[in-house]
Each structure stands twice: as structure tokens, then as C-alpha cells.
Design a protein around this ligand. Structure first.
Ligand code: EPZ
Length: 421
């Protein structure tokens, strides 16, 4: 397994071009299955999760071509069938449950191995399933596989008991080809959901209320294959801004959407950093007097849980006390023991982490436990004094395109080496 070797303490400076959004590309790729014919997707990031999703949709009959250098993916979904998506693929990526919407809509049946627990919490899929039940499906669980059957999805009114990005995405896909009107309430308002909605509308779907809590979908008989460009990755953009801030550098993320990371921009400003933006870029620079902050993760437009771990690494370097309250996932502090190894002063109390900033983090061998925890360790190592070795970097490969290359471009001393545990 490869490792990252990082010599910290360098001041980062320069521009990073942001890639297409993983969490928008995943549902858009799966939604291509809703139309017979060939869709063309641009700005698809070359990431492990994208490659897994491509394997999943090929498994159910799609023909794909991925030009990773050009970030160009074509998907021919003329013939798809309900081939059970095997556990080996599902277990690496929860988003595999997304195939349920298109399979039910086009084949009237879907067999998907139930995604298990994961490093950041139990993450059930009950909201996806009760939504499809409301829309006229019967659902059973047999030997670890969810089996959904329908005589044809029908429109319904469904208020999700909790805001869920994945369930909103899945039900939006199903509703687009369902008979009649579907009203989804308590919807996720994340930009990734909006990007998927725009893709569906381009395909011919009738959707109103994207980006609000209430989305109304009037089902159509068929959707058409289209060309579409995936939006920029707000979590990647946020992670580079946090890396810049942690190293007290001046870093600009380009090809980004400032409004997608408004909560982060506000938090960095409140901490005393200097932020500036254009319509598609954001720059962070050090401020005169930096201080800790209280940050609570909440659904969009609140502070994103996916930036919680990277934010904690920055907080570990700020004067004073910071607090993070994680309200989305129950077990998303697995980076904390590793940050302690690097000299962080952090205490966990239930869903809160209390971070007492230290003058300098110290290098250490550390291990990634999930994607965003991984980003947090990279940021901590960049800010720390000395040479750190980061293991299990396959987690970062799931969500950060050309991480090493992009960081080198802004002056980081980071190399990827073969070997390690
Ligand atoms: C998406 O996960 C993202 N993944 C996650 O990013 C992100 O952390 C999360 O949304 C929250 O923003 C993708 O887009 C592929 P949820 P998702 O359904 O859809 C509970 C990353 O690092 N819930 O919004 O799985 C759930 O347990 C990843 O890129 C149910 O109880 O998240 C959680 O507590 C990690 N029942 C909360 O809702 C359900 O049926 C929000 O989860 C579904 C969810």
C-alpha cells in the first residue's frame, strides 16, 4: 500500500484548480441509466469511487468509456437489467444504493446488496426504502440483499423523517419516471442534489423546487440521453482552503463556486483569516489575530460534515479553544486519536470535540481511517514540524483527484511512495 511522506512547515501559496464533484458525479453517472442511449459527462473526476460506480453500472448492463485524462465519461444505457450488484462492490461505497431508483423505474425490480456499516457510523438506508414503498414498491431483505419490486412506480407525497442527501437523490431519480406527481418534503438542499436535478431536467424530467426543502416531480414517460458537465467539488475546494489556512499561506482555489462553501468562508473569516472571492474562485490569506471558533455541522447551507475533520486540523493550530459539534454522523471523530499523536490537544465529549490550539503540531506516523479523516491528517502533517508518514492513503484516493500533484503545485513537500502498511 502506498504512503504519503510529508515534510511539514512549508508556507503554501498559489492556485489549485478544483476538480468535478465526486458527490455530484456519482448520482449523475447512475442517473444516466434512466435514459436509453448514450450520455456524455464532462468534468468527471478520476477517483476510486467513480471507478467503482462505473463497474457497478457496467454490472447491470451499461457500456462505458472513461477517458480519465480528459475527465470524460460516456455511458450507453440502452440495455440495462437487474443484475444483483454484488456485496464486494457495495461494501466499498454506500452510494451503490443509488442504482435502486433507476432500476425500479426502468426494470420494475432492483436487487442491491445492503451496504454495511462504515467507519463514520451506522448509516442506514431506511429512508430510501420507505420512500420507494410509498411510491408503490414492496421491499424485502433476503440474505443481506434488498429486493425491491414494483408494478410501476407511482407518484406520492413523502416527508423524509430526516434530511438525507442519498435518499433525496434516489427518490428524485425514481420519481422522474414515476406515474403522476411526487412531492418530496424535508429534502436535502446540498448543491450535489441540485446538480443531479439539473441533469435530470436536461434529460427531460419535470422538477420544481430544487435547492429547497420541497421538491415536486411530475413523472414523464421517458428521459433522453444528454451531455452534461459536473459541478466543481466544494469539499475539495474547502479542503485546500483549510490546508492553506493551517499553513498560514495564501491559497486560491479556482473553478470553484463560492456560494457552495459560504459556511466555510464565514467560519474562516470569523477565525480571523482574510478571505476574498471572484465569481469562481476563493482566496484565503492569514489575518492579524487568529482565534478559535465553535462550529456545528448541519445539512446545507450549514457547515458540511465532510469538512469537519479537515477543519479540526486547522483548529488544532489556532490560538485558544475551538469546539466542533458533529450532528450528522455519530462516529466521525476517528481522526482525533491520530491528531493526538501529532501533538493535538483535543477531547471528545459525546458528539462534541473540544480543541485546545497548540503552538505547533509535531510530525508522526499516522493512518487514515476514512476519506475526510485522511484529508485532515494531510493538512495536519503539512502544518506540523518535521516529517510525517501517512498510511492507508487509499482512503484519500476515493475523493481527492491528483492530491499529491495539486499540493506540490502550491509548494507542499509531499511525495507518494510505494510500500507501507
Ligand atoms: C452523503 O452521504 C455524502 N455521500 C457524504 O459524503 C456526506 O457526508 C453526507 O451525504 C452528508 O452530507 C455521497 O454523496 C456519496 P445522508 P449519505 O443520507 O447520502 C442518516 C464523503 O466523505 N440516514 O445525508 O449517505 C445517516 O445515517 C461522504 O464524501 C438515515 O438514518 O448521507 C446520517 O446520520 C461521506 N437513514 C444522516 O441521515 C437513511 O435512509 C445523513 O445521511 C439515510 C440516512
Amino acid at each position: 500500500m502506498d504512503i504519503y511522506r510529508i515534510r511539514g512547515g512549508k508556507t503554501l501559496s498559489g492556485e489549485v484548480q478544483i476538480s468535478g464533484a465526486k458527490n455530484a458525479a456519482l448520482p449523475v453517472i447512475v442517473a444516466s441509466l434512466l435514459a436509453r442511449g448514450k450520455s456524455t459527462l464532462y468534468n468527471v473526476p478520476d477517483l476510486q469511487d467513480i471507478r467503482t460506480t462505473i463497474r457497478i453500472i457496467e454490472h447491470i448492463g451499461a457500456k462505458t468509456e472513461f477517458d480519465a485524462e480528459k475527465n470524460l465519461l460516456t455511458i450507453d444505457a440502452t440495455d440495462i437489467t437487474n443484475g444483483e450488484v454484488p456485496y464486494d462492490l457495495v461494501k466499498t461505497m454506500r452510494a451503490s444504493i443509488y442504482v435502486m431508483g433507476p432500476l425500479l423505474a426502468r426494470c420494475c425490480e432492483a436487487d442491491v446488496s445492503l451496504p454495511g456499516g462504515c467507519a463514520i457510523g451506522a448509516r442506514p438506508v431506511d429512508i430510501h426504502l420507505s420512500g420507494f414503498e410509498k411510491m408503490g414498491s414492496t421491499i424485502t431483505l433476503e440474505h443481506g440483499t434488498v429486493k425491491a419490486r414494483t408494478k410501476g412506480l407511482t407518484g406520492a407525497t413523502y416527508k423524509m423523517p430526516k434530511i438525507s442527501v442519498g435518499a433525496t437523490i434516489n427518490l428524485l431519480m425514481g420519481a422522474s419516471l414515476a406515474k403522476g406527481e411526487t412531492v418530496l418534503e424535508n429534502c436535502a438542499m446540498e448543491p450535489d442534489v441540485v446538480d443531479l436535478g439539473r441533469f435530470l431536467i436536461k434529460m427531460g424530467a419535470k422538477i420544481e423546487g430544487l435547492g429547497t426543502e420541497r421538491i415536486i416531480v411530475n413523472g414523464v414517460e421517458k428521459l433522453n440521453p444528454v451531455e452534461y458537465t459536473i459541478m466543481p467539488d466544494r469539499i475539495e475546494a474547502g479542503s485546500y482552503l483549510l490546508a492553506g489556512a493551517a499553513c498560514r499561506g495564501t491559497v486560491t482555489v479556482t473553478h470553484a463556486v463560492p456560494d457552495h462553501i459560504r459556511a466555510l468562508i464565514d467560519a474562516l473569516t470569523a477565525m480571523g483569516f482574510t478571505l476574498s472571492e471572484t465569481k469562481d474562485s476563493v482566496t484565503v490569506a492569514p489575518g492579524r489575530s487568529l482565534r478559535g471558533l465553535l462550529v456545528t455541522t448541519t445539512p446545507f447551507p450549514g457547515f458540511p460534515t465532510d469538512l469537519q475533520a479537515p477543519m479540526m486540523s486547522l483548529m488544532a493550530t489556532l490560538p485558544g479553544i475551538s469546539v466542533i459539534i458533529e450532528t450528522i454522523f455519530e462516529n466521525r471523530f476517528t481522526h482525533v486519536p491520530e491528531l493526538l499523536r501529532m501533538g493535538g490537544d483535543i477531547t471528545i465529549e459525546g458528539r462534541s470535540a473540544i480543541i485546545n490550539g497548540v503552538p505547533k503540531l509535531l510530525s508522526a506516523p499516522v493512518m487514515m481511517s476514512d476519506l475526510r479523516a485522511g484529508a485532515a491528517l494531510v493538512i495536519a502533517a503539512l502544518a506540523a514540524e518535521g516529517e510525517s508518514e501517512i498510511r492507508r492513503i487509499y482512503h484519500a484516493d476515493r475523493g481527492y483527484e491528483k492530491l499529491c500533484h495539486k499540493l506540490q503545485g502550491i509548494g507542499a513537500d509531499i511525495v507518494r511512495e510505494k510500500g507501507g502498511m
